[in-house]
Design a protein around this ligand. Structure first.
Ligand code: AKG
Length: 296
């Protein structure tokens, strides 16, 4: 069993932190908070871009989604400001290290989670269960999650509950770990891995807790939110290549994600005709690729 003592939780980092330090903490405890990583102007803009969509979103489909919780997705298409959070240097820096064992990482989902007054605690869970409950090894992280505070996160309004250090524990070992609540100022961001037990908090306040959940996964798994339909091609065509690659317009690894006659997805989107990369282009990805290519 992993001991979390004497570390006290939650651990917060300043926005100027080296992402590698955040990644180290994430690896050890399953979460990290970076304070004030986004500006209040960014959050104001995002809030006003999202408002009509949030208003139109239904409350959850079941107790797990939350019957007083609204989930609003498709943020790439709907909210231009969300794009700057998706490609925020601290988020990409942490994911680049944390998911660096894979050839690529990609955007997994974008969702504003609005927990309204009266909501009860969400069942504690590990996000990687979305992959058909596949038992990924303890040392294989399949995803890296962010939750940006669009409102202040407080103990009363439903700040995310995290059971620190539970990423490598069995469910029965983790039972003894009390969750802490990731209270944080608007503009701050909570990182958490796909293995740590966590859940939304109960909202006992009179205000709405709003978080922007942007998650990333290794490039070889299916994305939770279908980015090709959530963002129509006519919108996608206008976006930066860096963002498009994250959305899935790149090979997730060798052979994954080509179009038609082995064409590159980004090229097809932009109306050009470039072939997808061949296995030799991935030679530096890991030792397995390297030895495969040598013998080709
Ligand atoms: O809203 C939150 O704080 C956490 C939500 C969550 O973990 C989920 O819906 O999977």
């Amino acid at each position: 069993m992993v001991s979390t003592a004497p570390q006290s939780h939650p651990r917060r980092f300043a926005a100027s932190v080296d992402p590698l330090e955040v990644s180290r903490h994430l690896r050890r405890f399953g979460y990290a908070i970076v304070e004030d990583a986004a500006t209040s102007e960014q959050m104001d803009r995002l809030e006003s871009e999202a408002a009509p969509f949030v208003e139109a979103s239904a409350t959850g489909r079941d107790h797990y989604d939350g019957q007083f919780t609204r989930r609003t997705g498709a943020l790439v298409a709907r909210c231009p400001t969300a794009r700057s959070l998706i490609t925020h240097p601290v988020a990409l820096g942490v994911c680049g290290d944390f998911l660096g064992h894979a050839t690529t990482f990609q955007l997994h989902l974008t969702q504003i989670i609005s927990i309204e007054p009266g909501e009860t605690e969400q069942k504690l869970h590990r996000d990687q269960m979305a992959f058909d409950f596949y038992p990924f090894p303890d040392d294989y992280h399949v995803q890296c999650n962010t939750m940006w505070a669009l409102s202040d996160f407080t103990v009363d309004n439903g700040a995310t509950r995290i059971c620190a250090g539970t990423s490598t524990m069995t469910d029965s070992e983790a039972e003894s770990i009390e969750p802490f609540q990731a209270d944080m100022r608007r503009g701050s961001v909570l990182f958490y891995d796909g293995k740590v037990l966590h859940g939304g908090g109960a909202n006992r306040s009179t205000g709405v807790r709003r978080g922007v959940n942007i998650t990333y996964a290794v490039g070889w798994v299916r994305q939770e939110e279908n980015q090709y339909l959530a963002c129509p091609p006519e919108v996608a065509r206008e976006l930066d290549d860096e963002l498009l690659k994250l959305m899935g317009y790149q090979q997730g690894a060798f052979a994954l994600g080509y179009v038609g006659d082995q064409q590159d997805a980004l090229a097809v989107l932009k109306g050009t005709d470039t072939k997808a990369k061949v296995v030799g282009d991935f030679a530096d990805a890991n030792d397995a690729f390297r030895s495969f290519v040598v013998e080709l």
